[in-house]
Design a protein around this ligand. Structure first.
Ligand code: GUN
Length: 275
């Protein structure tokens, strides 16, 4: 079975639109893009379009790639203080002269719709309600679209990034999975992977996970988006040689869910700020 991320994301957005249509004051998302990275420009345009379609007001701030760190921090502070802005997202990566960690720390945790602020990451670990990073949140929804109760399942997370791997492992733990967190230094990865009922891969290497690593009953979530020399997109999993219970395609798998979860988080941030 191929998990249709596009369709599941569409359902999420339709539900959000229905809620937001009934609201007198609309949620507002501020997106900051620094520089002219082509992939980031596309991502930001997609986020703006999706926000507008569900009735979220989006304000895009496009800053020169020569922008000084302090000027970016000043803009974030203005948006933190602005009661008409409910979510703030700084598109990554930032130009190398700007300290990404410092920028993430500057965003008010209540408006951190990416869920990247240590306060929100800490809440996730502590089991306190907070804003959860969009990609892992979307991955969990995709997994649960196949199987709603994950209790006792063996889950493997390949890749330990703060944006995907670490929060993903926490979410699966909360679902009562036995979670194995693996990374580039892990030994015997194929053997470990073969034991997993749920496989989430976010390493950014085309066709890294091979067909014989995956057991036939597994649910496989491929977070990778790699562009091959041919221009074709592919994931981190050797999709054509995997036979399993369910798998996400690339594209049209995890990607659309990340955007849908961003919109969900913006509504959640709005509700928290107005309750
Ligand atoms: N760059 C790639 N993915 C993301 C994301 O989810 N959020 C932000 N802010 N930047 C990104």
């Amino acid at each position: 079975m191929i998990i249709n991320g596009l369709e599941i994301a569409k359902d999420c957005r339709a539900k959000l639109k229905e809620k937001i249509d009934k609201m007198e004051i609309k949620p507002c998302l501020a997106v900051i893009l620094v520089g002219d990275d082509p992939a980031s420009q596309i991502y930001v345009a997609n986020k703006e379009k999706a926000a507008t379609e569900v009735g979220i007001i989006s304000k895009i701030f496009r800053l020169e790639k020569t922008t000084k760190e302090q000027d970016l921090l000043n803009l974030i502070e203005i948006l933190n203080q602005d009661k008409n802005v409910h979510g703030i997202l700084v598109q990554l990566p930032l130009p190398k002269e700007i300290d990404e960690k410092k920028v993430i720390l500057a965003i008010s945790p209540e408006k951190d719709v990416d869920g990247f602020h240590p306060m929100n990451l800490g809440k996730l670990v502590a089991g306190i309600k907070g804003l959860v990073a969009c990609t892992p949140k979307g991955c969990l929804k995709l997994i649960k679209s196949v199987q709603s109760d994950l209790t006792g399942l063996n889950a493997i997370v390949i890749g330990r990034s703060t944006i995907v791997g670490k929060p993903m492992a926490q979410l699966l733990l909360q679902e009562n999975c036995t979670v194995m967190m693996t990374h580039s230094k892990t030994k015997n990865l194929p053997e470990l992977c073969q034991q997993a009922d749920i496989v989430v891969v976010a390493v950014g290497k085309p066709n890294f996970v091979q067909g014989n690593w995956i057991k036939s009953s597994a649910i496989v979530i491929d977070v990778g988006i790699n562009r091959l020399d041919t221009g074709k997109l592919c994931g981190d999993v050797d999709f054509n040689n995997v036979s399993c219970a369910a798998i996400t395609p690339v594209p049209k798998g995890v990607g659309p869910m990340t955007i849908a979860m961003l919109l969900e988080n913006t509504l959640e941030a709005f509700e928290n700020q107005n309750s």
